[in-house]
Design a binder for this molecule. Structure first.
Ligand code: NAP
Length: 291
């Protein structure tokens, strides 16, 4: 059973070692990749995501700055700040942690980041380039999934892929990446959502099943084909430990699906570590523009 598990934390660690070498090479050319993360408000999940991003960046030698703004900050102030970092030479990547408070327009804020520094890969220019299969910053979670599949030796060419979820940050981009004519692509992709009829019927056809739903353990063993590769993107808080630490579950009923899958990602320790690592990869890619 153990060898069925795709350990994202280990794959992520390999990629980080590769990045360290690239960062050392950049340092010899007097370039230190610079990342700024902007957090608005006090959403506990966002706070822990931003802290993890900064910790990882620093551990690799990326110059990482965290800016924390109060939830009452006006949109105009945030846009001014983004403009300042857009112009700042030593900042290669700008990340605004989502979600933003209700009084802010997320699209407007994302669109304000210059596409060259959009290391989250959310700007419409990068989304468009991704769709065209051209060079761009790929969104971190779908890029992480792609790398996990490639590095775990999963054949995607000709595979039936079913993605459950159609969000702009996971479902739509991973579906798009997997139909591209290149390594990690060439799959036949079906995208399911809340209006999909017969979800189970679709899922049962999947050679590769990707769950990005946001509902704990919604993908059960009877929805999974024998031998399928199952990628669980979901991070759902299902309780807390006595010490107050969040207990997490994926979108997949891991214990039972493990029996049927040929490979499966755990939660935590699967897709999550890959997401942060791909952010670092994008930041290093951005810094290379300065050489
Ligand atoms: P989202 O924006 O809420 O989208 C969820 C998608 O799932 C929607 O398209 C929704 O359909 C669909 N859906 C919900 N319930 C469904 C059901 N019962 N049957 C079929 N489809 C259903 O969520 P997201 O941002 O994509 O995130 C999904 C999950 O991944 C969350 O748990 C999130 O925390 C996690 N996540 C993890 C990482 C990571 O790095 N590990 C990164 C990003 C997200 P409709 O469009 O019809 O509403």
């Amino acid at each position: 059973m153990e060898d069925k598990i795709i350990r994202g934390s280990e794959v992520a660690s390999d990629i980080r070692e590769e990045l360290k070498i690239e960062i050392e090479t950049l340092a010899k050319q007097n370039v230190v990749p610079g990342l700024v993360t902007i957090l608005v408000g006090e959403n506990p999940a966002s706070q822990s995501y931003v802290a993890a991003k900064n910790r990882t960046a620093r551990s690799l030698g990326i110059d990482s700055t965290q800016v924390t703004l109060s939830a009452e900050t006006s949109e105009a102030v945030l846009l001014e700040l983004i403009d300042k970092y857009n112009k700042q030479e030593n900042i290669d990547g700008i990340l605004v942690q989502l979600p933003l408070p209700d009084h802010m327009d997320e699209s407007k804020v994302i669109n304000a980041i210059t596409p060259e520094k959009d290391v989250d890969g959310f700007h419409p220019v990068n989304v468009g380039l991704m769709m065209l299969g051209e060079d761009c910053y790929l969104p971190c979670t779908p890029h992480g999934i792609l790398e996990l599949l490639i590095r775990s030796g999963v054949e995607t060419s000709g595979a039936e892929v079913v993605v459950v979820g159609r969000s702009n940050i996971v479902g739509k981009p991973i579906a798009n990446l997997m139909i591209q004519k290149r390594r990690g692509g060439n799959a036949t992709v079906t995208v399911c959502h809340t209006r999909t009829k017969n979800l189970k019927e679709h899922c049962l056809k999947a050679d590769i099943l990707i769950a990005a739903v946001g509902v704990a353990r919604v993908i059960t063993a009877d929805m999974v084909k024998e031998g399928a590769v199952v990628i669980d993107v979901g991070v759902n808080r299902v309780g807390e430990t006595e010490s107050g630490k969040a207990l997490l579950a994926g979108d997949v009923d891991f214990d039972n699906v493990l029996e049927k899958a040929s490979k499966i990602t755990p939660v935590p320790g699967g897709v999550g570590p890959m997401t942060i690592t791909m952010l670092m990869k994008n930041t290093v890619q951005a810094a290379k523009r300065r050489v």
